[in-house]
Write a protein that binds this ligand. Structure first.
Ligand SMILES: [Zn+2]
Length: 184
């Protein structure tokens, strides 16, 4: 018995002609093997037809991947938020401590605003006088030193300074270059 022909008919997507249909029905009544195949095919078809999840399941892995990406993103945002929050808390604490120390130092002045003003004026004047003194010393040095040292000393020190500056420039450039090469 040629089962192959009837198997092809059973598995065919195209509708059968009346002759083929008759032929097949006739064979199926006689052949248990092909009948078995037909029944199996039918049960598979019903399974496909009655399982609605089969279609959405195709997108399941995609949706799962998307959800994973979203979860990862959210986690990242939260982690960044946590980092920002910790940084903010640290800065806030630092500021608070600084304010506390300052407040402790100036608490006497805060109770007496005019005293604070006076002390600030005193401080500024003292800084101003100190700067004036330093400036005067520098001026005096500039006026007297050129006579003390010979001109060759000034030329040499100026050259040395320029060379040092150049070396620094080259060194920094090279450092910058190597850093750029390491981190593109
Ligand atoms: Zn058969």
């Amino acid at each position: 018995m040629n089962h192959k022909h009837f198997e092809d008919l059973l598995l065919s997507d195209k509708p059968l002609s009346p002759d083929e249909s008759y032929e097949l029905q006739d064979h199926l009544q006689k052949c248990a093997q092909c009948r078995n195949l037909k029944e199996n095919l039918e049960s598979v078809e019903t399974l496909f037809a009655t399982t609605p999840e089969l279609e959405p399941r195709l997108g399941f892995s995609n949706r799962w991947r998307e959800r994973l990406a979203i979860e990862k993103k959210t986690e990242e945002i939260f982690r960044n938020r946590w980092q920002s929050l910790i940084l903010l808390v640290l800065i806030g604490n630092g500021l608070l401590i600084a304010l506390f120390i300052l407040g402790f130092q100036f608490s006497g002045y805060f109770l007496n605003p005019s005293q604070l003003l006076l002390s600030m004026i005193a401080r500024f004047t003292s800084i101003y006088t100190a700067l004036n003194i330093i400036l005067e010393i520098i001026l005096v040095l500039f006026q007297t030193i050129p006579g003390v040292f010979p001109p060759i000393f000034w030329i040499m020190s100026l050259t040395l300074m320029m060379v040092t500056c150049f070396l620094w420039f080259v060194l920094l450039n090279r450092l910058d270059f190597s850093r750029r090469k390491v981190k593109p």
